[in-house]
Ligand binder design. Structure first.
Ligand SMILES: C[S@@+](CC[C@H](N)C(=O)[O-])C[C@H]1O[C@@H](n2cnc3c(N)ncnc32)[C@H](O)[C@@H]1O
Length: 378
C-alpha cells in the first residue's frame, strides 16, 4: 500500500489539552503495548505452534498438520511404554480377511515369482502377539515343499507395545522380525531408523483390527500401499479392514464404509471387498488390494478432532481431510452394486478369479455367491 492510500484523518482537531494529555499518555500506552507484545510473543513462542505450512505437492503423511502429528506422537508414546500386548483381539494364526487363506496366498506368491527373486517380504501391521508371523513361519518351513534353499521369507511383524523377547530370529527359510515400539503411523521413517529390509518390496501385507485405532489411518494406509511391490505381473497384496476418517463435506464417520469405498477407488488399484456391514452393525468391511500402481490419494489434511465416544478407536481421534478431486461420479452406482451383494465378496473379477483358481479363498463360504459376483461388473 502506498502512503497516498492512507485516508486523511477526519473529525475535530485535538485541543491543546487533549493533545498534551495524549502526549503524556503516549509513553505509558506505548510501554503497556510493548510489554504486552513482549508477553504475548513470549507466550506464543513457548506455547503455540507455528502456523502449519501450506501442504504442497501430492498427499503424504509428512505433510500432517502439527496438531495431527502431535496426536500421532502422544498416542504412540502411550503405547510404546507398555510391556507386552493385551488387546481384546491380540493376534491370531489367521485373520481370515476376505476369507483369504494367508499361508496359501504366500505360497502362490512364492511359486509364481521369477527364479531371480530370492527374498520375499511379508508384513503384519499391528501384529499383536505375533501369532500370524508364527503361523506363516511354520507353514513356509513345514509345508512349502520343495522350496529352494536360497529363498528367504522375511516376516516383519510390527506393533506399538514393546517387545522384550527376541526381535530377529532365523529359522529354516524364514527370518522373523518381531518389532515392538514401532510407530506404524510413521512407518517409512521407522523402516529407515531400524534398518528393516523390504520397504517398497513387500509382497504381502496384513492389518487386522489396527488401522481403526490410529489417529491417521489414511496416511498410514498410503504408506502401507507404497511399501508394497508394484506391478501388473507381480503386484504386492494388502489385506486389511476398515477405519474411520472424514473427507470433504461428509461427516459420517462411524459407519465408515462409504468413505472406504471411495478411498479404494482413489488408489486406482484392483481390490475386492467383503461387506460385513449387515452382519454386524459395528462391523467394518474387509478388503484385499492388489498394488498395480503407486498410490497418491487425492486428499489434503485439514484437522483432527477428538471424540471420546468412538468405541472402536483407541486414539479417540478422527482426522479430517479435504478432497482435491471430485468424488467418483459412479460411486452411487457402485454402492448399489455393493449393497446388492452385501455379506459377499465383490469387486474386481480378475482378482477374484485369480484367488479362486489358486485355491486361496475359503471356497466353502464363497462358492455359492460366485454367480452373483460374476453377474456384476465393477
Ligand atoms: C487390536 S490389536 C490387533 C492385533 C491383531 N492384528 C489381531 O487382529 O488380532 C491392535 C494392534 O495394533 C497396534 N497399534 C494400535 N495402535 C497403534 C499405534 N498408534 N502405533 C503402533 N501400533 C499400534 C497394537 O500394538 C496392536 O498390535
Amino acid at each position: 500500500m502506498s502512503f497516498s492510500a492512507i485516508p486523511e484523518r477526519k473529525g475535530p482537531i485535538p485541543t491543546q489539552r487533549s493533545s498534551v494529555a495524549a502526549r503524556e499518555e503516549e509513553p505509558t500506552v506505548k510501554k503497556t503495548c510493548s510489554l504486552w507484545n513482549a508477553i504475548s510473543s513470549l507466550w506464543g513462542w513457548c506455547f503455540k505452534s507455528k502456523p502449519d505450512p501450506v501442504q504442497e505437492g501430492p498427499f503424504c503423511h509428512r505433510h500432517r498438520p502439527t496438531r495431527v502429528q502431535r496426536k500421532v506422537d502422544t498416542t504412540f508414546n502411550g503405547l510404546k511404554r507398555i510391556e507386552g500386548s493385551s488387546w481384546g483381539m491380540n493376534g491370531s494364526h489367521t485373520y481370515d480377511l476376505c476369507g483369504i487363506k494367508e499361508c496359501e496366498l504366500l505360497q502362490s506368491i512364492i511359486r509364481s515369482a521369477p527364479i531371480s527373486q530370492k527374498d520375499f517380504y511379508v508384513m503384519d501391521v499391528g501384529a499383536g502377539n505375533f501369532a500370524l508371523s508364527q503361523a506363516l513361519e511354520d507353514y513356509v518351513n513345514k509345508h512349502i515343499r520343495p522350496i529352494r534353499p536360497d529363498i528367504t521369507v522375511h516376516i516383519i511383524g510390527v506393533r506399538g507395545e514393546k517387545n522384550s523377547g527376541p526381535v530377529i530370529t532365523r529359522i529354516g527359510n524364514c527370518v522373523r522380525y518381531d518389532v515392538g515400539a514401532f510407530k506404524v503411523e510413521n512407518m517409512e521413517e521407522e523402516f529407515r531408523r531400524l534398518n528393516l529390509p523390504g520397504y517398497g518390496q513387500i509382497d504381502l501385507a496384513f492389518s487386522a483390527w489396527t488401522l481403526r485405532h490410529l489417529v491417521d489411518p489414511v496416511g498410514t494406509f498410503q504408506q502401507v500401499c507404497n511399501s508394497l511391490r508394484t506391478g501388473t505381473e507381480r503386484p504386492g497384496f494388502f489385506l486389511f479392514d476398515g477405519f474411520f476418517f472424514e473427507q470433504g463435506d461428509d461427516p459420517k464417520v462411524e459407519m465408515g464404509n462409504r468413505n472406504m469405498i471411495q478411498l479404494l477407488i482413489d488408489t486406482k488399484c484392483h481390490f475386492l471387498m467383503k461387506n460385513t456391514f449387515r452382519q454386524n452393525s459395528r462391523g467394518l468391511n474387509e478388503f484385499v488390494l492388489c498394488k498395480t500402481t503407486e498410490v497418491t490419494l487425492p486428499l489434503r489434511y485439514r484437522n483432527v478432532k477428538q471424540d471420546k465416544d468412538l468405541s472402536q478407536v483407541h486414539s479417540k481421534c478422527i482426522t479430517q481431510f479435504t478432497r482435491t478431486a471430485p468424488r467418483d461420479e459412479i460411486l452411487a452406482v457402485r454402492e448399489i452394486f455393493y449393497s446388492e451383494v452385501a455379506e459377499n465378496l465383490c469387486g474386481d473379477k480378475k482378482l477374484f478369479d485369480w484367488l479362486k483358481t489358486n485355491r486361496i479363498l475359503r471356497v466353502d463360504r464363497y462358492f455359492h455367491r460366485e454367480l452373483q459376483l460374476m453377474s456384476h461388473e465393477v
